[in-house]
Design a protein around this ligand. Sequence first.
Ligand SMILES: [Zn+2]
Length: 219
Amino acid sequence: MRDQAIRERVVQLCLDLSRQGFLAGTGGNVAIRTDDDHMAVTASAMDYHRMQAADVCVLRLSDLQKVDGEQTPSVESSLHARVLKARPDCRVSIHTHQPVASACALLGQSITVYDPMLWASVGAIVPVVGYAPSGTGWLASKLAAAIRPDRNAYLMLNHGVLCCGPDVDAAQRTVEDLERVCQRHLGERIAARATTDPARREPLQRVLSLLAHEPQHKT
Ligand SMILES: [Zn+2]
């Protein structure tokens, strides 16, 4: 089996993200570059707790031709390939439906990151990429058009998020930092609404309380 160590790393990363609550069921997918021309990507619709290294597919970045792997590759393979081609500095691309950031992806507004400590990980702005159906070249093209070298996190309207990074640890940290940025952003919006809309203050306070207890960094 070629690229065994990297394929095992894909499996481990999926298990870690799943344990942290960022990948639910078979949702979300992950790609790690194996060399300049190939990536290892999760199989389509596979339970991450059953996935083995042999199930991880190795695809050619230029045309998504499968060169190794026993399963059908993720429907979002073209999305990951576009990211890795547009960002030669990145080895890792992660797509999740993580809870709070995905809620922000429903709002359709880019998010300003106020904490400069997070700019290297996330970027100063988290843009929103317009909606296109999952697994389509249309979605991959829209995301590719938004990619910038200083932005590692992207919201996909009505869908989820895409994070990328130079290595597994950095990309995983971006996923975690993005969730925290979105937690704060959503919390501020809800608090502002509770102030201006007294009739809804109580239910909004309950939502705020739930949001504050959204688990993070469950390792
Ligand atoms: Zn998705």
